[in-house]
Design a protein around this ligand. Structure first.
Ligand code: SF4
Length: 191
């Protein structure tokens, strides 16, 4: 990787911080999470390699920064035995299912919008103060808070793991990375 490219990746953690900061400006910006969930797969399908993971992932840049230390620990059993990877894949899938289902229910007026942060699907916190208050449909507010909550929950796990073990340990269980690997394995198997 060239020095220029390395510098670009190193600075990308600002995008992650900006994403969470923008939630205080308007929670509607949380829907930018969709880009983080689609761009990796668009690049993967085009290049047949993990371009996002290798060059552009802002979360990887963030955990590279916060996990900087020299006393790395051995990977724990829950990483090496693949249990956390499977759990995170289920967590990601169920979360997306809940987000989609509940947003439809709110849009159909069958459910109250949840206009507050909720960590790890289970722990309700609070609504974010808003610099710009935009009158948006309830389902959009709901969707925005759900995306923000999911991004915050997984970022917390990634940061904690990077501090305890090593910077990129999250990448071993990241659902985007896992699905990308499955896609590449399938593609190579077909070839
Ligand atoms: S595995 Fe996940 S966190 Fe790691 S570089 Fe890829 S998308 Fe980013």
């Amino acid at each position: 990787m060239s020095t220029k490219r390395s510098g670009l990746v190193a600075g990308l953690f600002f995008l992650t911080l900006t994403y969470f900061a923008l939630g205080f400006v308007s929670i509607l910006t949380a829907n930018l999470a969709l880009l983080c969930m689609t761009i990796p797969f668009i690049l993967l399908a085009k290049a047949k390699k993990k371009v996002w993971c290798q060059h552009y992932c802002p979360r990887a840049s963030l955990i590279d920064q916060v996990g900087k230390k020299h006393d790395w620990r051995k990977n724990p059993a829950f990483i090496t035995n693949g249990k956390l990877k499977s759990f995170m894949l289920w967590y990601f899938g169920l979360n997306l299912l809940f987000i989609t289902g509940s947003t439809i229910q709110v849009a159909l007026h069958r459910m109250e919008a949840m206009a507050y942060i909720r960590l790890f699907i289970a722990f309700p916190l609070f609504p974010l103060p808003q610099v710009i208050s935009i009158e948006a449909p309830a389902f959009l507010m709901h969707l925005s808070y759900r995306f923000y909550s999911m991004m915050l929950s997984t970022t917390i796990i990634a940061v904690v793991l990077s501090r305890i073990y090593r910077p990129r340990i999250w990448c071993a269980v990241c659902p985007v990375g896992t699905l990308s690997n499955k896609y590449l394995n399938l593609t190579h198997a077909k070839e």
